[in-house]
Design a protein around this ligand. Structure first.
Ligand SMILES: N[C@@H](CCC(=O)N[C@@H](CS)C(=O)NCC(=O)O)C(=O)O
Length: 243
């Protein structure tokens, strides 16, 4: 079997989605650290990395035997599912599969906005104005309503009785905001979302990929230091190593 390399850092949401799916399916991989937004060696904007993923973002995967590389978490997850037969997470029945795809497309510029609040605290190199953050909060509020009142109105998971790639992608975004982790948004008014997040905690791999967030803790009042971000990523990396 080809060795699989995942490029990224454990604190990144789309990286965590890919790692979680791999851990859940007991699929071997190696995480190689790539710093998001950094143009030096080991950064996502360095020429060596851009040759693997022209978007300059993490995650990216590489299959060592063929040299095949692929960026974009929502291309990576279905690719891994298709090539490894993960039909529980990504059903092969066309209509059920299309529903997962629809969520994965909806996610961007909607659920993914949860990370803008996170980035505003941790990415000192990016400037997020107060009005932009206010707009982000409005988007998150309306997204939570869609998840709560539509996706999760009648089912325990977003698309039915079992978790799929859609749940993994959504959980890494929404869950990070909870009081248990960064405490950046009040999720409590959305009971279906809160119940779903609790159910997602029982999915294998959850603990490992959420360890860096636990390490980081509440960042709602005080933005984390570079050192605490580094420590959180180190703890996240340790959690992925076989004991
Ligand atoms: N659409 C991409 C987004 C990935 C993304 O935004 N990753 C961030 C880290 S969480 C990144 O690499 N940022 C690099 C930069 O800001 O230059 C995906 O889902 O894979």
């Amino acid at each position: 079997m080809s060795d699989l390399v995942v490029y990224g850092v454990p604190l990144s949401q789309p990286v965590r989605a890919v790692l979680w799916a791999l851990l859940h399916k007991n699929h071997p991989f190696r995480l190689e650290l790539i710093n998001p937004g950094y143009s030096g060696v080991g950064g996502s904007r360095h020429a060596d990395y851009l040759a693997k993923n022209p978007a300059g973002t993490i995650p990216c995967i590489e299959e060592t035997d063929s040299g095949f590389t692929l960026g974009e978490a929502h291309a990576i997850l279905p690719y891994l599912a298709r090539t490894n037969g993960w039909t529980d997470l990504y059903p092969s029945e066309p209509k059920a599969q299309a529903r997962v795809d629809a969520y994965l497309h909806y996610h961007h510029r909607n659920v993914r906005e949860c990370s803008t609040l996170f980035a505003a605290k941790v990415r000192k190199d990016l400037a997020f104005s107060a009005s932009a953050q206010e707009q982000t909060r409005k988007t998150i509020a309306s997204v939570l309503q869609v998840l709560n009142d539509a996706y999760l109105a009648n089912t325990p998971y977003l698309l039915g009785d079992q978790p799929t790639l859609a749940d993994i992608a959504a959980c890494v975004e929404v869950g990070q905001l909870s009081a248990q982790y960064t405490n950046l948004f009040d999720l409590e008014p959305h009971a279906n979302v809160v119940g779903w997040l609790q159910r997602m905690q029982t999915l294998s791999g959850y603990e490992q990929v959420h360890l860096p967030l636990k390490e980081l803790g509440d960042i709602s009042v005080e933005a984390p230091t570079i050192e605490s971000l580094k420590q959180a990523n180190i703890q996240g990396l340790r959690a992925l190593r076989p004991s």
